[in-house]
Ligand binder design. Structure first.
Ligand SMILES: Nc1ncnc2c1ncn2[C@@H]1O[C@H](COP(=O)(O)OP(=O)(O)OP(=O)(O)O)[C@@H](O)[C@H]1O
Ligand SMILES: [Mg+2]
Length: 249
């Protein structure tokens, strides 16, 4: 099943077109990588899928995005979309709260109050991101003391705590060391059993390692998309071939 579908989707910042005529879909229970040179519109695409792009001054869009078949640009209640579609950013951000309260930020916002339920959310989400054993004895400590890799796993736990169906990640490993990167990649493969995962990465080896599908973008357009192995081994387009062989980007 397609968890996310974009149909004739276009965006602008002021008069400047960014995304142009995007027609793509993203499978459930799968990791899709989006690759392409800097400025081609990858972040704008992700932020269009959770409706945060429109927070930017001058942003406009046309066309449709459907998340689990619901056209999200017709929804008035934005918190529904942002709950279904979680996003993890490039720089690991811990809220200025304890480790426990970082995980509970979303659930508290959505009204979960029962102590036992909150405890369960903290433990299960921290276990899902393989952080529980590292932090279980200091849940009340400030989260900003954690390492970069730990903060990024905590950011994932915070997003998972509201049970999204789609997880967007914008270069989540670009500031992490190889060990933390490996850990996050393992987690994503595990999470893809339950979720639609869309990851923007500048690391082509990472796309090859973890993504079942890859989308190559250039100048706001999708040039090519398909099975990752095919995109890298036998690209159908000269521009894709140039990019995956490191000629530019
Ligand atoms: N808030 C904004 N206002 C105006 N233009 C913007 C804004 N954000 C992005 N842009 C422009 O939109 C285009 C696409 O930017 P975007 O951040 O989506 O690219 P990207 O592929 O994520 O790049 P990178 O790989 O460097 O992160 C760029 O030309 C950028 O300058
Ligand atoms: Mg970007």
């Amino acid at each position: 099943m397609n968890a996310v579908e974009l149909e004739n989707f276009n965006t602008w910042y002021g008069q400047d077109p960014v995304l142009q005529d995007i027609n793509i879909s993203f499978n459930n229970n799968s990791i899709t990588a989006i690759v392409g040179p800097s400025g081609c519109g990858k972040t704008t695409l992700l932020r269009s899928i959770n409706r945060t792009a429109e927070l930017e001054k001058g942003f406009t869009c046309q066309g449709d995005i459907r998340v689990l078949r619901t056209p999200i640009y017709q929804i008035k209640e934005l918190s529904t979309v942002r709950r279904q579609v979680g996003m993890v950013y490039q720089t690991p951000v811990a809220l200025p709260l304890s480790i426990r309260e970082n995980v509970l930020f979303g659930p508290r916002y959505y009204g979960v109050k029962q102590r036992s339920q909150l405890d369960n959310i903290v433990e299960s989400c921290l276990r899902k991101v393989a952080l529980w054993d590292e932090v279980k004895d200091r849940l009340k400590h400030p989260a900003d003391k954690l390492s970069g890799g730990q903060k990024q796993r905590l950011a994932m736990a915070r997003v998972l705590a509201v049970e999204p169906q789609v997880l967007l990640l914008d270069e989540p490993c670009s500031s992490l060391d190889p060990a933390s990167t490996g850990l996050i990649e393992e987690l994503l493969e595990e999470l893809a059993r339950e979720l639609c995962i869309i990851i923007v990465t500048h690391n082509l080896s990472q796309a090859r390692r973890i993504a079942r599908e890859t989308i190559f973008m250039l100048d706001g357009r999708v040039v090519e998309s398909g099975a990752t192995a095919a995109i890298f081994a036998a690209p159908g387009n000269d521009k894709t071939r140039g990019f995956v062989s490191g000629l530019y980007g």
